[in-house]
Design a protein around this ligand. Sequence first.
Ligand code: NAP
Length: 331
Amino acid sequence: MQSKKVVLLNRPVGALKETDMGVFDETLAPLEPGEVLLEIEHLSVDAFIRTTFDEGAFHGTAGLGQAVMALGTARVVDSRFDGLNQGDAIFGPVGAQTHAKLPGAMLQKLDESALPARCSLGVLGLATGMTAYAGMAKVAQIKQGDTVVVSAAAGAVGSCACQVAKNLGARVIGIAGGSAKADYLLNEIGCDAAVDYKADDLAGQLSAAAPDGIDVFFDNVGGEILDIVLLQINERARVVICGAVSQYERTGDVRGPSNYLKIPEKNASMLGFTVMRFAEDYAEIQAAITEWVLAGKLNLPEQIEEGIEQFPKALTMLFSGGHMGKLMVAP
Ligand SMILES: NC(=O)c1ccc[n+]([C@@H]2O[C@H](COP(=O)([O-])OP(=O)(O)OC[C@H]3O[C@@H](n4cnc5c(N)ncnc54)[C@H](OP(=O)(O)O)[C@@H]3O)[C@@H](O)[C@H]2O)c1
């Protein structure tokens, strides 16, 4: 079986470039006992993949010349693993490639009866919808009437986080780059207000959108945006650090917030989390999300790039802001 895989060619310095990766042909060896052969259907384009390109990364460091790490859904083409059969849909760490030969034990069989398989990368995805739900419901503990601000709000986690907060009774303000994304937040995601951080006066736009201050900040970006929001938090605000995409290309020079003294002054808290902390709650979280999706209360738009050759460009898009909703590649 022939496969095409995306390989890391060199460790990026500063901004990620498409040319830091290449696409190469590979001939897969015959299956060993316990393995399955997969045709990959959708690959999740996630910000954490960029962090694996650096030495000492939290999610493990990608080796030069190896397939780039990626979560995906796939169809079983052939199986020597009990419990997975030809035609089954799976989710797992399949890697950025068209086909893969993997131990069946590391894959999760998907039930496609309620939602399509690719939803396990998006609205039901561990690194997307489940992260948004865990961050809002379990870490921020949103209460009816909270004023919530979300950064990178037009992205995958952000689009879900805004809707989760709305469903829990909050007033939601999304921050994103550009007027098209602001329109998307108001018209497709249902935010109460949208703020364009690429336009002038982010602080002024925020105080106009949240005249009574901010109770919860769900931050995906860090850096300057975090500092500006900190100046407008309310007494006992909860600042939830989901990620810091503005810092992922600053290897060894990550900048923390300079306005952090607002945390003690406002008796506020700043809490970080990884979705893995909520492993015991995954079934409950998936059930809650599925119920909202089927009731039309949670919708994650998808942007799907066709062809494995598009994967390097798609990954750079996460940092240049070229997509809305969940970005995937269909190899
Ligand atoms: N805690 C967890 O367990 C967990 C799990 C998964 C993901 N995450 C985090 O969630 C965040 C979102 O991830 P995602 O996969 O859903 O990506 P995404 O939001 O779909 O894409 C990233 C977005 O970030 C914005 N952005 C990029 N660079 C920026 C900058 N310098 N300043 C301001 N905005 C910038 C871009 O939107 P604009 O056009 O608006 O700039 C871009 O669309 C990331 O920080 C990720 O690490 C955390």
